[in-house]
Design a protein around this ligand. Structure first.
Ligand code: ARG
Length: 256
């Protein structure tokens, strides 16, 4: 009798120890959030020349969102037009890529609450005086990034010759080379490009053409993930972290 008691207590202790040990083991391994992004879109996502790390507003934001949810983020660079297919195929969990929330995209993926207000704008060569507005783009050669809302806007322009590039920097290069008359692309990205690398070559012209909002996209199969992202965004807005990241990249406080 005594012996059986002793054995069962011993077994219980051993079992508990194993269980606790297992839990501790699991805690050590951070959960990974697989993030897809087209990392050639400064200041939202781009590769730091020195460290080769992916940096930018979106990168800081998704790291903060991930941390809030208990995940470590792992960024995979991919073509912008491959992001939604990658989400649908389950190759990535989420995407943060300065992606405008549109009804067409929202039919395929879930979007978080908007996290940034943006719009399309026009960039021309610094010495261009012919293009001053959206209307002046009629019949012109326009560079855009493939699969973007900029490409959609440009396609509405009468008789325009649209040239689609894999990345926004390629469209800017073509403008510099004289292969296109204008680039239609997200305003904050155009502003950053001009300020950082093309003040002598390029300028903004006309009024912003559209008003858009960026969202973090995730698979429709995981509605819970989208809810968690929204909660994390709320929390980051409340605790000041969102504003800190915004000021770091844009030098001003976010517009509400
Ligand atoms: N906001 C635009 C869109 O959703 C352009 C986004 C491009 N993003 C990028 N990382 N290249 O279509």
């Amino acid at each position: 009798m005594k012996k059986t008691w002793f054995t069962s207590i011993l077994l219980t202790v051993v079992a508990l120890a194993l269980l606790l040990g297992g839990c501790a083991e699991q805690k050590k391994e951070a959960k990974i959030l697989k993030v897809g992004s087209d990392t050639a879109f400064a200041p939202f996502e781009f590769q730091d020349e020195g460290s080769k790390d992916y940096v930018g507003f979106d990168m800081d934001l998704i790291k903060a969102v991930g941390k809030q949810m208990g995940y470590e983020v792992q960024v995979q660079s991919m073509n912008f037009d491959g992001i939604i297919p990658a989400l649908e195929a389950g190759n990535i969990d989420v995407s943060i890529s300065a992606m405008t929330i549109t009804p067409e995209r929202a039919a395929k993926v879930n979007f978080s609450k908007p996290y940034y207000k943006s719009g399309q704008s026009i960039v021309v060569k610094a010495d261009n005086t012919a293009i001053k507005s959206f209307a002046d783009l009629a019949g012109k050669r326009i560079g855009v990034q493939i699969g973007t809302t900029g490409a959609e806007e440009a396609k509405k322009i009468k008789n325009a010759q649209i040239r689609e590039f894999n990345t926004a920097p390629e469209a800017f290069l073509e403008l510099k080379a004289g292969g296109v008359d204008a680039v239609v692309n997200d305003l904050p990205v155009n502003e950053y490009y001009i300020a950082k690398s093309a003040a002598k070559d390029a300028k903004l012209t006309g009024e912003p053409m559209s008003s858009e909002e960026y969202g973090i996209a995730s698979s429709k199969k995981n509605a819970e993930l989208n809810e968690k992202i929204n909660k994390a965004l709320d929390e980051l807005k409340k605790n000041g972290e969102y504003e800190k990241i915004y000021v770091k990249w844009f030098g001003k406080k976010p517009v509400q």
